[in-house]
Write a protein that binds this ligand. Sequence first.
Ligand code: NAD
Length: 476
Amino acid sequence: MNIIDTIYIDGAFVAPHGQERMVLLDPATEREATTVVLADAVDAQRAIAAARRAFALTSRAGREQRMAWLQRLHEEVAAAEPEIVEAMVAEYGGTMAMAVGTARRAAASFASARTILADYPFERRAGAARVTMLPHGVVGMITPWNANAGFIASKLAMAIAAGSSAVIKPSEMSARQTEVMTRALHRAGLPPGVFNIVTGRGDTVGAEIVRHPDVAKISFTGSTAVGKSIARGAVDTMKRVTLELGGKSPTILLDDADFARAMPFAAMAAVMNSGQACIAGTRLLVPASRAQEAQELVVQAFCALRVGATHDPQVDVGPMVSRTQWERVQAYIRKGIEEGATLLAGGPGRPHGLERGWFVRPTVFGDVRNDMTIAREEIFGPVLSIIAYRDDAEAIAIANDTPYGLQAYVFGGDLARANRVAAEIVAGRVFVNGLYDAPEAPFGGFKQSGLGREFGVFGLEEYLEPKATMGHDNPL
Ligand code: NAD
């Protein structure tokens, strides 16, 4: 079994003060895979102290220096692609496509931050004032287990570009992905303390980062419930917060869409990362006039999905990350049946031939009303709800009738009409007629999907605070 018994503080791999051991199971076999020794609040304090010392350096490092650091981080993370992929596949059952995409995006985050930094105007005028954009200080980064390398990279890249230092607390369930990532980041050879990585529980290490007065900002990706508790805790010391939370994203098929062309995208949007994605399109809105046709195509697409252990690159849907998550998804499938939705594909239990591992049957419900639990709550598994609408206005109303607002997908034949519908959707990102990689576009949610944005210039500015100086050109 793999043992992870170090954390990363002040440029060195050190034994944690925390003593708790946690065993992580391989989700595809339920066998014990990794033992991790978890950090505790004392470790968080040490990491914060190291980051605080390093901030004296990062905040004064010039643009060229920060660009050089980002370049080295980019090179090392790019070189670690095979290990990152291997860890994602083994640790949480990420599909090969997801793992490769995440590893590449992780490396690209540093290159992209470097490009933005090259001409970002840190100093500008506002009337007679000179405005300087300044880094916050120590940034606490709290990340989930899914696509952990991507979240660590995108947050750290922007913090370094801004001139901050970091304490990163990845999910305790992603110790192996974190270890691989930490080794790659370490090889970049940045000065000690610029980033520190302490894997531990949310209620110990996470809570200490939220409480500690020397942490100036928190960037969090995870569930809406935890995000709310972090925002509440952060306000006592008035920390700045960026929250990337959950979603219940709509995919709207307009009645003039070519369903046969749109459906592979719609299915992929629903089951990406085995459905364990905040941006998954889990509500499929179809015109009532073509509901039957849409249902048949979705069922076909779902029945063709290959479920299994994800070291096979042909597999589309891997296991759920844990028994808890598997049970949660099962409970939602049962709830959908109880609430009167029509089970069109999948259902409770494991897929045929997969008796071990946290595998679920990719499931499609028809005749779903938007007030049913399966249409309102984030399931975080491959479960799709089909909801019929009468006209565009009703499609928009249903799409927006959700506490979330992270992402949406619109498919239509008349592009102008599809864009009109897209303009009415309350979501941080809307994809029209396809799935796109858009690393410079702002990423984040309206409503309870979060606060603030990541990626690109918008992402960088979340790590900067304006300071105005008046009279700077007025000699006495
Ligand atoms: P989670 O909210 O349970 O945990 C996320 C992180 O928060 C973990 O590191 C956890 O240890 C930490 N945490 C837990 N309690 C804490 C506390 N009291 N104080 C500080 N930190 C605490 O989420 P998860 O199960 O790891 O991930 C799944 C969730 O993340 C889903 O809801 C999903 O939608 C969301 N997510 C959002 C995005 C996005 O970018 N919007 C991306 C991926 C996942």
